[in-house]
Design a binder for this molecule. Structure first.
Ligand code: NAD
Ligand code: DAO
Ligand code: ZN
Length: 379
């Protein structure tokens, strides 16, 4: 038991007060965890596009004021009554995709989505419909059930997993979203071994999908990105080829080019751009009869996907995945161990590091085109 157990902790947090505003460093009060809740001292957090999506006001359902952040790593400071999933002192990763192991979804064996805290998480609240964050008595909302842009955060016990303490948290915090998402989307997709694969978008998520395709021994891994600087990145992560759609002859569509160079199309394609036109191209680049295209990217509000239905009638499959289909509490410790053994890349994604005071520079870096992931030191 620490000397802060049961007490309100006042600490620094980067608060988003409104859409489009830079985050503001504030003294925030963090209440002790209630039953089935865990208070975590956050040591590091990555910045991911979903944080920016809400900060910039692109999410029409984004609510303020809020403490963003969902790619974190820290140490359990205290636990509420009934918590058995973690203990004080554990090194943990908060999970924006909970795993209760009791709901219809968890028990289905068909999905990693979990309904246990879904409704309140979407409202920026803890399961009892209240917040643990205040500033001078004013309630501040949680985000994605994680809020890792605070030096202390409170999460539901189903939304956190203990990992090997030998793993550096300034790296494995990234397994809380982007890396696990890309890796899982490929590694958990049956049939990729020996197949040809195209990954559209070579950011953190796409590079991780490429790494996953390499690990499961896909025969051909074609990376597609409009940024020429991503060729070197893609090849470093295992791509066998790189195509920049901008280099194609005028009027030539990327899907037609890919179908030509693969004798009819890809066995598997993955969208890691969030662009709905790219999602269509990824589907239409699939081989007739069996090609499977997975949407990983999150599209801007109001966007819709389309293709000719004949693309599906003729045997292509269009699917999607959240958090790579990974069940966080069950599978993330093993992924951390695979990282420690050297099979899953993590360190390689960290291109920028910032202090909490400079967290807004991390958001600027994300728009620069040369940032794969920025990690923020929360101390
Ligand atoms: P990122 O911005 O770092 O990478 C996107 C890449 O796509 C960039 O390299 C960019 O140059 C490239 N790109 C942009 N337009 C393109 C085009 N027309 N053709 C080819 N390449 C193009 O983003 P990221 O962090 O890798 O995330 C990728 C997407 O995945 C985002 O939409 C993000 O919101 C989403 N995401 C989804 C999940 C999930 O669970 N499904 C989890 C994390 C992130
Ligand atoms: O269970 O209904 C649900 C929603 C689950 C949300 C999954 C979020 C997937 C996209 C996350 C984007 C990046 C963090
Ligand atoms: Zn569940």
């Amino acid at each position: 038991m620490s000397d802060t157990t049961g007490k309100v902790i006042t600490c620094k947090a980067a608060v988003c007060w409104g859409a489009g505003e830079p985050l503001k460093l504030e003294d925030v009060e963090v209440a002790p965890p209630k039953a089935h809740e865990v208070r975590i001292k956050v040591l590091y957090t990555g910045i991911c596009h979903t944080d920016e999506y809400t900060r910039s006001g692109s999410d029409p359902e984004g609510a303020f004021p809020v403490i963003l952040g969902h790619e974190g790593g820290g140490i359990v400071e205290s636990i509420g009554e009934g918590v058995t999933s973690v203990k004080v002192g554990d090194h943990v990763i908060p999970l924006y995709t909970a795993e209760c192991r009791e709901c219809k979804f968890c028990k289905s064996g068909k999905t990693n989505l979990c309904s246990s805290v879904r409704a309140t998480q979407g409202q920026g609240l803890m399961p009892d419909k209240s917040s643990r964050f205040t500033i001078k008595g004013r309630e501040i909302l949680h985000f994605m059930g994680t809020s890792t842009f605070s030096q202390y955060t409170v999460v539901a016990d189903v939304s956190v997993v203990a990992v090997n303490p030998a793993a550096p948290l300034n790296k494995v915090c990234l397994l809380g979203c982007g890396i696990t998402t890309g890796w899982g989307a490929v590694a958990k997709q049956p049939g990729v071994e020996g197949s040809n694969v195209a990954v559209f978008g070579c950011g953190c998520v796409g590079l991780s999908a490429i790494n996953g395709a390499n690990l499961v021994k896909a025969s051909r891994i074609i990376a597609v990105d409009t940024n020429p600087a991503k060729e070197a990145w893609a090849k470093k992560f295992g791509a066998t080829e790189f195509v920049n759609p901008k280099d194609l002859p005028a009027g030539k569509r990327i899907q037609d080019h890919l179908v030509e160079i693969t004798d009819g199309g890809l066995d598997f394609t993955f969208d890691a751009t969030g662009n709905v036109d790219v999602m269509r191209a990824a589907l239409e680049a699939c081989h007739k009869g069996w090609g499977v295209s997975t949407v990983i990217g999150v599209a801007a509000a109001g966007k819709e996907i389309s293709t000719r239905p004949f693309q599906l009638v003729t045997g292509r499959v269009w699917r999607g995945t959240a958090f790579g289909g990974v069940k966080g509490r069950t599978e993330l410790p093993g992924i951390v161990d695979d990282y420690l053994k050297g099979s899953v890349k993590v360190d390689e994604y960290v291109t920028h590091e910032f202090s909490l005071a400079d967290i807004n520079k991390g958001f600027e870096a994300m728009h620069s085109g040369d940032c794969i992931r920025a990690v923020v030191d929360m101390s």
